[in-house]
Design a binder for this molecule. Structure first.
Ligand SMILES: [Mg+2]
Length: 413
């Protein structure tokens, strides 16, 4: 039985060192709206929503509103049908009014769903990626909600994708355990860093084995050109460079700005404009020479569907705490596989690396079956606050082996 449901408002003063600074978020204080559920069996499930400071209390209050749905419930029953748990919460008409299926309440649902996944994986004695990758295609499609998706992806098509990946699961699991999963480094490129720090961190990223780095852009074209020139000189031609505008531009401005940056051979332009603007992204994708990446602020699976249908993104960036948890991200991974678009998750913040690595690794073993063109963001901040921090070596995430979802923190605020 679930006996406890606790929350905490945890904030880190990252704005003091300009870590995380970009064109839209000059002074983020990385924060977690943290939740953990305890049981009469003595175990617990932990998760969080990542925010950047002000409003973290609002996010905590939204999670608190879900307390009555869990305390006193039979944990085995909940964990035995995670698809039903998800639908009960997301389809609740009164909660749904606050979205629908987007924003603070939807993210709160994601946190409690993910806390249950953490508990379920701990009880199974498996890391979350491996728990998911051990489930049958039928069990997996039972977790996803195909309402609003069937014009792009039916349950039967999802089953086909998962069944096609089944024969190679064991070999890919072994590959993952021995070689890890490719990572890329964002730490060098925060907009608030001076040129000297940029060059030093670019060099360190290459020395650390990263084959892709990302720079923030969108402050001024001249600064961006200067910083890209420095980065390209330091990393050489073999390391790829992506850029991220964090929603700074209008559509026409994005196309014009990116044309000025074209000579630097960019891996992608990330979040060029408002994350809800499907047709705007499609126009940008047609107007620039590099792939368009987005997804970290995409509210739900329906938005991902539309972006894919409109060919508005070429790199799909899931986020572990933006949508309603593992179940909705599973639906998004299936959509990406159907459309043949690589998933390169957003991470960093507080605990996003710890959480999202499980989804990419599960995708590799049991969904897309591919690592080609795929890479997980890595930012080297705040990992020390987690019970099982990520391990990144030679530019790769090592597959976690500890039971759970990686989302348990050592601090309670
Ligand atoms: Mg970004």
């Amino acid at each position: 039985m679930i006996t406890g449901f606790e929350t905490a408002d945890i904030r880190f003063p990252t704005s003091l060192s300009l870590d995380g600074s970009d064109a839209m978020n000059p002074d983020p204080d990385y924060s977690a709206a943290y939740v953990w559920m305890t049981t009469d069996a003595g175990d617990s499930g932990h998760s969080f929503v990542f925010t950047i400071g002000r409003g973290n209390d609002v996010q905590v209050a939204a999670i608190e509103a879900l307390r009555e749905r869990f305390v006193g419930r039979d944990a085995d029953e909940l964990l035995g049908d995670m698809g039903a748990v998800w639908r009960d919460l997301v389809h609740d008409s009164q909660l749904r009014w606050l979205g629908p299926e987007k924003g603070v309440m939807h993210m709160a649902i994601g946190a409690v769903v993910n806390a249950l996944w953490d508990l379920k994986a701990k009880r199974a004695g498996l890391p979350l990626w491996e728990l998911l990758a051990s489930m049958s295609p039928e069990e997996l499609v039972g977790l996803a909600d195909f309402r609003y998706l069937s014009d792009a992806l039916t349950r039967d098509e999802a089953l086909e994708i998962l069944r096609a990946a089944e024969p190679g699961r064991a070999a890919r699991r072994e590959q993952l355990l021995s070689d890890g999963y490719p990572a890329y480094a964002t730490s060098p490129g925060w907009l608030g860093y001076d040129d000297e720090k940029l060059a030093r961190l670019c060099r360190e990223a290459v020395d650390d084995g990263f084959e892709l780095i990302k720079l923030k852009v969108g402050g001024s074209v001249d600064d961006d050109v200067r910083r890209l020139k420095i980065a390209r000189e330091v990393v050489g031609d073999d390391v790829r460079i992506a850029v991220d505008a964090n929603q700074r531009w209008d559509v026409g401005e994005a196309i014009e700005w990116m044309r000025a940056l074209e000579p630097y051979d960019l891996a992608w332009i990330e979040e060029p404009t408002n994350p809800d603007d499907v047709l705007g992204h499609a126009a940008i994708a047609r107007g620039v020479s590099m792939p368009v990446a987005t997804g970290e602020h995409m509210a739900n699976r329906v938005m991902f569907k539309q972006f894919l249908q409109a060919e508005a993104l070429q790199v799909l960036q899931i986020d572990a705490t933006r949508v309603a948890g593992v179940n909705e991200n599973l639906a998004i991974l299936l959509l990406a596989a159907k459309f043949g678009v690589p998933v390169c998750p957003h991470a960093g913040g507080v605990g996003l690396c710890e959480a999202v690595q499980h989804l990419s690794m599960f995708d590799f073993v049991a969904v897309s079956g591919s690592i080609d063109g795929r890479v997980i963001e890595f930012v080297d901040h705040l990992h020390e606050h987690f019970v099982t921090p990520v391990e990144v070596r030679d530019g790769r995430y090592l597959a976690p082996t500890a039971p759970g979802a990686g989302t348990e923190m050592t601090t309670r605020g």
